[in-house]
Write a protein that binds this ligand. Sequence first.
Ligand SMILES: C[S@@+](CC[C@H](N)C(=O)[O-])C[C@H]1O[C@@H](n2cnc3c(N)ncnc32)[C@H](O)[C@@H]1O
Length: 273
Amino acid sequence: MAEESLTARQQREIDYHRDYAASKASEKLKPVNFDVVEDEKRRPHNAFWSTYDLLLAHDLKGGRALVPGCGFGEDAIRLARLGADVEAFDISPDIIDVARRRCAEFGYQNVSLGVMPCEALAFPDNSFDLVYFIDILHHVDIPKTMAEVVRVLKPGGRIIGNELYTHSFMQKRIRESWLVDKALYGAMKKFIYGDDKPYITEDEHKIDENEFAHVENACERFQARWFNAFVGRLAPDRLPLVAEIDRFGMSLLGDNGRFAAGRVVFEGVVGKA
Ligand SMILES: C[S@@+](CC[C@H](N)C(=O)[O-])C[C@H]1O[C@@H](n2cnc3c(N)ncnc32)[C@H](O)[C@@H]1O
């Protein structure tokens, strides 16, 4: 990846993740937890588990899967465990270095790791059966990324994902209100994130309904499940009962959940000309 062709935003991501990768290396150079693909008892109130439920409904054996912005490689390694032939990449060479060392140390097979931006993929057209997004779209240029994803997916190819989301009304009228921004957020962030310094890069923001429309519109068939009206905003995700009540409320709202949600889990089949 030629440094001079990077945007300022992409360069900031690389710079931020240099220290982040170093700070997480010993924690991440450990075996991957496979509970979410192996446990029979499921957790449908949890967005992460629900994304895997969508995945587990398909036979991945022999298929080619792409994991953009793969971070330290957990999801890529799990997809390979399910039988997919996986290409995974991240814009941060430091993060990919840790992911490669992890695969080498624990003998994880069928995962090829690369360094590239989501907005310019080094894969030929019609290469993949599946693209699996986890917490990446809020870091990237979504229209450019979706154009690339559609290009590299085969006709009938599928996207499955789980992303931070907030409707613009919620963001502008509530999250950015004086009360929440200046008074509540500072007091509550340690309780919610378990850390005074949450992992948030300078440019990232929850995607809103207009940005999410680029994902929906790239698909000829699409479904979304809405999560986390309270979890991650007023309560940490380590309280399963709160998460169950939250998800129950969101399921009653159906697709109107998009006005209250803090996360979206989705699946679509891309439309290709
Ligand atoms: C919140 S992390 C998510 C990582 C992983 N998907 C996970 O769920 O653990 C976001 C990742 O996106 C990567 N990233 C940021 N901008 C990117 C871009 N334009 N293209 C590819 N990766 C990018 C970062 O380096 C970081 O590893």
